[in-house]
Ligand binder design. Structure first.
Ligand SMILES: [Zn+2]
Length: 269
């Protein structure tokens, strides 16, 4: 009997939280990414990910926020995800998923570098990563970069290496490259943001995490934290479903239960 009560309570909170997500998606975030009190001008944004499907599993709220406001979003995927020899299929799936997320194919670039192959235990050279990102910044006049934080949501080593490749970090070697990368940009300031990783409880709390995320954002009113609600949560499912080779039961479970389907918290690097 007790477990029915617990399950019922969780379901109730889930529904209330989902209503809050839907409500906020219609009325907030208009002022996110303010600069000097003004709304953000159109930006050239580079979203740097490690594998095809990272964008759909983790970054959908951010992508929806940016594309719906006319920002120019470019996807930069640093591997074809060839761990199971499905790299070429997964590359095509990424194009389809990005189309679902309103990022056109010509703005999606997938790298297939011999030293950057998908897999646990495969260490990616931060110097190679930084040079590839730098080239993209120059080529497309990028003024905003978004990537994983140093845990990479799932803790996957490739996600973490991507983070270290593009930002200042505790690793002094990576720090030097990142500073140089930002300093070298001839187009002015580049804002860099990282997707905040949460603990396992929050990660699998779906829309319920909105209360925690709002609290965290409230504690950082100086603009170093941006809290974005997914304005089209269903697109997370539609986009992830384009990754047919990966669309197995546990990933369906992840997308349904993950708070990253419903919201993203970004921290300024
Ligand atoms: Zn990944």
């Amino acid at each position: 009997m007790a477990w029915i009560l617990v399950a019922g309570s969780i379901l109730f909170v889930w529904i209330i939280s989902l209503c809050k997500v839907i409500l906020m998606s219609h009325m907030t975030n208009r002022n996110s990414f303010k600069r000097n009190g003004k709304a953000l001008q159109k930006r050239n944004v580079l979203l740097v990910i490690a594998h095809p499907d990272d964008e759909s599993m983790f970054f959908t709220p951010t992508i929806n926020f940016l594309t719906s406001r006319g920002h120019n979003v470019r996807m930069f995927c640093l591997s074809i995800g060839d761990a199971d020899n499905k790299g070429n299929v997964r590359k095509q799936e990424l194009y389809q998923a990005c189309a679902t997320l309103k990022v056109p194919m010509q703005q999606v670039k997938v790298v297939d570098h011999p030293d950057l192959q998908d897999g646990f235990g495969k260490v990616w050279n931060h110097n190679i990563l930084a040079n590839l990102v730098k080239e993209e910044i120059r080529r497309h006049t990028i003024d905003m970069i978004i990537t994983f934080d140093n845990y990479g949501v799932s803790g996957h080593c490739n996600h973490r290496d991507v983070h270290y490749g593009v930002r200042t970090s505790v690793n002094s070697f990576s720090y030097g490259i990142s500073r140089k990368l930002l300093h070298d940009n001839p187009y002015g300031d580049i804002e860099a943001w990282e997707l905040v990783s949460t603990n396992i409880l929050r990660k699998y709390s779906g829309p319920i995490d909105i209360w925690f995320s709002m609290f965290v954002a409230m504690m950082h009113s100086n603009g170093t934290i941006q809290f974005l609600v997914n304005e089209h949560s269903h697109r997370s499912f539609l986009a992830m479903a384009q990754h047919s080779s990966q669309w197995v039961w546990f990933r369906k479970f992840f997308v349904a239960m993950s708070s990253y389907t419903y919201m993203n918290t970004l921290r300024k690097i």
